[in-house]
Design a protein around this ligand. Structure first.
Ligand SMILES: O=P(O)(O)OC[C@H]1O[C@H](O[C@H]2O[C@H](CO)[C@@H](O)[C@H](O)[C@H]2O)[C@H](O)[C@@H](O)[C@@H]1O
Length: 913
């Protein structure tokens, strides 16, 4: 299971530890000495006294321009074995006691900075990632380094070269400890699934969460072997420079913002796509190589999150049969945002290496389908993406938490102690609480502004309510910090009294035990992220509110940004808000505080039922089951595993049969593709001869299917009398021995949708040079094969297909990209429905006892599916379906070696065999 960080890391037993100064803004929870309630009280006094120290004792003041750095008092780090901070594991087992709440980690870890950890670990040797010639970058880096150096001695990753000094220092003994980095929600889900027996052995593949350049090879091997033997983990070692470029640069400054709808394009952006992409590729390759080297047949590979988008494709190249799933934990943006990424194609193609690409919500899955169809010009269906030779399923399933273990964790003495302390500290107050990342996506600024508005609008509440905002910082964003500081100061200045501070902003993380206590005593939770894949803190809140640890029933409401995955999951039981609508958010605070007990209960029960059912365990189990199912389907449709057509067997069945029905596709199957714009169409003599020969036997009924119009197929098959014809991919059928055509689509309705689609197409015709519309009776085709700017034409074609699908869905038409064109045709009539119509004409006792269908394309698959049904319903004893080419197919046999037209001799062989 490749994931950026392993669930374990290493703590070195340093014989001579350097004194370290704690540092809050990175949000490394473990570096924060445990807070006391006195500290909480001090937060605001610090805020009101100075514009600078908005987080009290731990803010490096150098972050604020023009403000002198006050001398800092050296602090002693208390390395606390608090189970929710770090619980050294026994070397013998990864999960010593699977039900022990001490094994639970917080779901939303918010620890982004690589190489900055509580543990005694090496520093990064990574220098500036881009070439020195990128002066602006180098200049920016120099400034950051010098401005932070005085206060950030414990920030190893930002000090290029420092690691060299440390060489030899790591030759000490060490222990394996639970990691603070990485996805806590994932860790909990896997543990719960293993515990429940819904997953077998899980082998994690990832980095160990700290820079490793300064470790000597022997130490690396020692660590590797221990993690492999005792912790079911395969360590991926990459150089500090590569990981810095991959994680801190490409993942964090480019992908993360774009996936959350922020294009890193402002003048101060550190996003240098050109240089960091190579590190992203390199590290993804290192992960893929590790998986490939350790793969055993039957393994299931789950690749997690946006850091590793290329890994599925890289593994697929070497392990074509492997069962690969990719789950994106973060949001996936609309195609309009995603297309801003310079490496958009490679990222999508990488993800499409999986059998199953899964997302947290249907919205993200829909965005992905649309993005693929627009950028890669491939066909997107509701279920996934049809590539040339195979299908990739796309699905959504929200992750959940481990409510059972969380329920136990919140009854731990430490949590109960904190519940009491917080209640004693705020006896008559109503608490709105939150824990968010202090970055431009977390929405803390918007929340504070809304809170300010709430206090202004509802002064009756100002002495009765406290907003406790835990703001974990992952990046130093000077502008944001300054703005937050300003808002906090303003709220304090206007609304604080000697006896009451309505806002407590903790710009540091708190231990998990304190968070659980806070969530337990709160009257409401408020999350205003501007975008977020899920937000499992909400789910944790729901469990913490069940009134067990807190004797008074809480059932507090969740005020939740509509732009989070959790909002989609709670489906209205939350108080959904638009974080940019400050008025709406302020109103939601009032509604939450004034809500009747009945309504609170009603909303709460709905949320609790969801959290209890949609757990991390069930998420992992269902994902795995679904992956197995689609992988099996893909395998069945893979031409390699479908038997080659046996002409000998076919011939025997042919001989025995009394009545035979053939339904054969024309272009691509019997003959090679003709020119789309050619007016004089003739069938090659060889094909005509074979077909004539076939129908000369009175036992044979022969239908030819084509996408061409009635006029065209009549012209092509004029020399084959008594043949049945299917035109325009099933919209028209002419039965054998007849001159009459049956039209399935209603003419007036067809005209209506065609007019609407032509209006849309005109827009694309103007933009794609040399494009043209082929107008058939029942379908339209947007052609761009003559365009000189092929890539741009293909992108427009993808847009055109999406546009039509969105605008004309109610008209029962669908658009899909095909080779150098987009086809728009009715949803209700296809080659499958035409075949069904033909079959329905036979009375039950007059049905053929031999059926053969052959095709090569997407639309022929519908006939293969129909034939399969006929077989399953025992409606015909001898059925053969054959797909020509390498396409993933539901046909029962294939003819793969040849080019199109290879099927042509088969009917002939039947007779001569
Ligand atoms: O900070 P990173 O190392 O880049 O990791 C990104 C975040 O991963 C986790 O959040 C993601 O998964 C959660 C569970 O599926 C989901 O709720 C969230 O929306 C996703 O972004 C982790 O919880 C975060 O702390 C990390 O920042």
């Amino acid at each position: 299971m490749p994931r950026s960080f392993l669930p374990s890391t290493i703590d070195f037993h340093d014989p001579d530890p350097e004194p370290v100064t704690p540092r809050a803004p990175t949000g490394v929870l473990s570096q924060v000495p445990p807070l006391t309630l006195g500290d909480i009280g001090r937060q605001n006094s610090a805020l009101t006294k100075s514009n600078v120290e908005i987080t009290g004792i731990q803010q490096p003041a150098s972050l604020f321009k023009g403000v002198e750095t006050p001398p800092q008092t050296p602090a002693v780090i208390e390395k606390k074995d608090d189970f929710f901070i770090q619980a050294p594991l026994s070397a013998a087992a990864h999960f010593p006691n699977p039900l022990d709440p001490k094994t639970l980690v917080r779901s939303d870890s918010h620890v982004a900075e690589w190489g900055a950890s509580f543990f005694n670990q090496p520093r990064s040797t990574a220098g500036p990632a881009p070439p020195e010639t990128i002066l602006q970058y180098a200049k920016g880096r120099e400034r950051t380094e010098s401005s932070l150096s005085s206060s950030r001695r414990s920030s190893p990753s930002k000090k290029p070269g420092n690691g060299r000094r440390d060489e030899g220092r790591w030759a000490t003994s060490w222990s394996v400890v639970p990691a603070v980095q990485g996805n806590g929600g994932l860790t909990n889900a896997i543990r719960a699934a293993v515990r429940a027996g819904s997953m077998g052995d899980v082998l994690s593949v990832g980095t160990i969460g700290f820079p490793t350049d300064t470790l000597d090879e022997t130490k690396k091997i020692e660590i590797y072997e221990r993690l492999e033997a005792d912790h079911e983990s395969l360590t991926v070692y990459v150089s500090d420079k590569d990981f810095d470029g991959h994680y801190n640069h490409f993942s964090k400054t480019i992908l993360w913002p774009v996936f959350h709808y922020q294009i890193p394009d402002h003048p101060k952006s550190k996003a240098y796509l050109d240089h960091s992409w190579i590190f992203y590729e390199k590290v993804n390759q290192a992960f893929a190589d590790k998986v490939i080297a350790n793969y055993k047949r039957g393994d299931i590979i789950w690749v997690h999150d946006y850091h590793l988008c290329l890994v599925p494709g890289m593994i697929r190249k070497k392990l074509p049969e492997a069962q690969i799933g990719f789950f994106l934990h973060s949001a996936f943006p609309s195609s309009e945002v995603f297309r801003c990424l310079a490496e958009r194609r490679k990222l999508l193609e990488g993800m499409l290496g999986a059998n199953l690409v899964a997302f947290q919500t249907p919205e993200y899955a829909h965005h992905f389908l649309q993005t693929c169809s627009r950028i890669l010009s491939v066909e997107a269906t509701e279920d996934g993406i049809q590539l040339d030779a195979h299908f990739v399923n796309v699905w959504s399933l929200p992750i959940g938490i481990d409510p059972k273990t969380l329920g136990l964790a919140r009854e731990e003495p430490d949590v109960l102690k904190w519940v009491k302390e917080i209640k004693d500290r705020y006896p008559d107050k109503r608490l709105i609480v939150a824990r968010d990342k202090l970055d431009s996506i977390g929405g803390v600024r918007q929340k504070l502004l809304a809170f300010e508005l709430f206090l202004n609008q509802y002064p009756e509440w100002k002495d009765k309510v406290v907003l406790i905002q835990v703001a974990t910082s992952t990046t130093e964003n000077e502008d944001l910090a300054a703005t937050i500081s300003e808002i906090v100061t303003r709220i304090d200045a206007v609304h604080s009294t000697l006896a009451h501070n309505p806002l407590v902003l903790l710009r540091q993380d708190i231990p998990f035990s304190q968070l659980l206590a806070l969530l337990s005593v709160a009257d409401a939770l408020m999350i205003t992220s501007l975008r977020e894949g899920m937000n499992l803190t909400c789910h944790e809140f729901v469990i913490c509110q069940d009134g067990r640890a807190c004797p008074d029933k809480k059932h507090g409401p969740v005020i939740l940004s509509e732009f989070t995955g959790s909002s989609a999951v709670f489906g209205g039981a939350e108080l959904a808000v638009n974080p940019w609508d400050y008025k709406g958010c302020a109103e939601a605070m009032r509604v939450a505080l004034e809500m009747s007990e009945e309504e609170k209960d009603r909303r709460y029960v709905k949320m609790r039922d969801i959290v209890m059912v949609q757990t991390g365990e069930s998420w992992m189990r269902q994902l795995t089951e679904h992956l197995a199912k689609v992988h099996e389907e893909h395998g069945r449709r893979d031409t390699m595993s479908i038997p080659r057509l046996s002409v000998a067997k076919l011939s025997q069945a042919y001989e025995k049969a009394n009545k035979r029905l053939f339904i054969l596709d024309y272009e691509g199957t019997l003959a090679s593709w003709g020119n789309v714009s050619s007016t004089v169409l003739m069938s090659p003599q060889r094909v005509t001869d074979i077909l004539n020969d076939l129908i000369s036997d009175p036992k044979n009924l022969l239908y030819i299917m084509s996408g061409r119009t009635i006029e065209e197929v009549e012209m092509i098959f004029g020399r084959v009398p008594s043949i049945g014809l299917i035109a325009e991919n099933g919209c028209y059928v002419r039965e054998c021995f007849s001159d009459e055509w049956t039209a399935f689509a209603d003419e007036a309705r067809t005209k209506k949708w065609m007019d609407a689609v032509k209006d849309i197409m005109r827009y694309y015709l103007e933009r794609v040079e040399n494009s043209w519309i082929e107008e058939r009776h029942c379908s339209l085709i947007f052609h761009y094969e003559k365009s000189d700017e092929f890539d741009s034409a293909a992108r427009h074609a993808g847009d055109c297909a999406n546009h039509v699908n969105e605008a004309c869905a109610s008209q029962r038409v669908r658009a899909y990209p095909a080779k150098d064109c987009v086809i728009i045709e009715p949803i209700d009539y296809d080659k499958g429905t035409a075949a069904k119509h033909i079959w329905s004409k036979f009375a039950e006792n007059e049905r053929p006892d031999f059926l053969m269908v052959a095709g090569n394309d997407r639309d022929d698959e519908l006939v293969f599916r129909w034939a399969k049904n006929i077989l399953e319903n025992n409606e015909c004893p001898n059925i053969t379906s054959v797909s020509v080419g390498n396409r993933n197919t539901v046909a029962m046999s294939t003819l793969t070696n040849g080019t199109t037209g290879r099927f042509a001799p088969v009917p002939y062989l039947l007779k001569t065999h």
